[in-house]
Design a protein around this ligand. Structure first.
Ligand code: PGA
Length: 253
């Protein structure tokens, strides 16, 4: 196994924050990173599209990186309401989340379109954070590992490398519910994902970050980050305040 991947803690702001709040939040996270100095963890904030440019300015020079929450598959053209990976990169972002379960549910995104979005991210030199995760019904039926395996097979581009792609395991039943998967459940799935990544991508599969997401917060982050093959987190609710987000970064160090 290659060296442990450098952890990544990403704040997914979802459809939250007007400009003033977003700027204050970005400035707060930037200040925490500046105070911490060089740390052994990548820190990312993913605001809504219209705030990318402002947040880019607010975090400039702090070490905090910028990402978007989805992208279209094309470069440009007649796609009303969509935003391309190139446009996201043009705002100063270096990451984009693709295939979040809320996108899969609200916009009917299937594995093939998630894969196409990840390929679009790579085309624009963005890192893709590819989200997968089972529903409560799928887990209760004993299908969690199968679901994750098939989402991974369908959603990961063939050209994925440790340098351009991150996997986020987010059990749908744990997102925004306050109910976190326990460390045994997380370990079982993350170990399985690692095995699949190594089988498909060789040594790059060892270097790919696998994030956990779903009601992660300061109180449970230490335990989750200590699980083998957990290389950081994708954080929703707790990412909306610098005071609740930063302890999760510290748990990853
Ligand atoms: P949550 O969201 O931390 O609010 O559960 C995580 C996510 O959806 O990325």
């Amino acid at each position: 196994m290659s060296a442990n991947p450098r952890p990544l803690v990403a704040g997914n702001w979802k459809m939250n924050s007007l400009r003033a709040d977003a700027n204050a939040l970005a400035a707060g996270v930037a200040a925490k990173h500046k105070a911490a100095g060089e740390i052994a963890c990548d820190v990312l904030v993913c605001p809504p599209f219209h705030l990318l440019t402002e947040v880019s300015a607010a975090v400039a020079g702090s070490g905090v990186q910028l990402g978007a929450q989805t992208c279209h598959t094309g470069v440009s053209g007649a796609h009303t309401g969509d935003v391309s990976a190139e446009m996201i990169a043009d705002c100063g972002a270096t990451y984009v989340i693709v295939g979040h379960s809320e996108r899969r549910a609200d916009h009917g995104e299937d594995d093939a379109t998630v894969k196409a979005r990840a390929e679009a991210a790579h085309r624009a030199s963005l890192n893709a954070i590819v989200c997968i995760g089972e529903t409560e019904g799928e887990r209760d039926a004993g299908n969690a590992l199968n679901v994750v395996e098939s989402q991974l097979a369908g959603s990961m581009p063939d050209a994925a490398t440790a340098a351009n792609t991150v996997v986020a395991y987010e059990p749908v039943w744990a997102i925004g519910t306050g109910r976190t998967a326990n460390t045994d459940e997380i370990k079982e799935v993350h170990d399985h994902i690692r095995k699949i990544l190594v089988a498909r991508f060789g040594d790059d599969g060892n270097g790919m970050r696998i994030l956990y997401g779903g009601s992660m917060k300061a109180e449970n982050a230490d335990g989750i980050m200590a699980v083998e093959n957990v290389n950081g987190g994708l954080i929703g609710g707790a990412a909306l305040k610098a005071e609740t987000f930063w302890p999760i970064v510290e748990a990853a160090l």
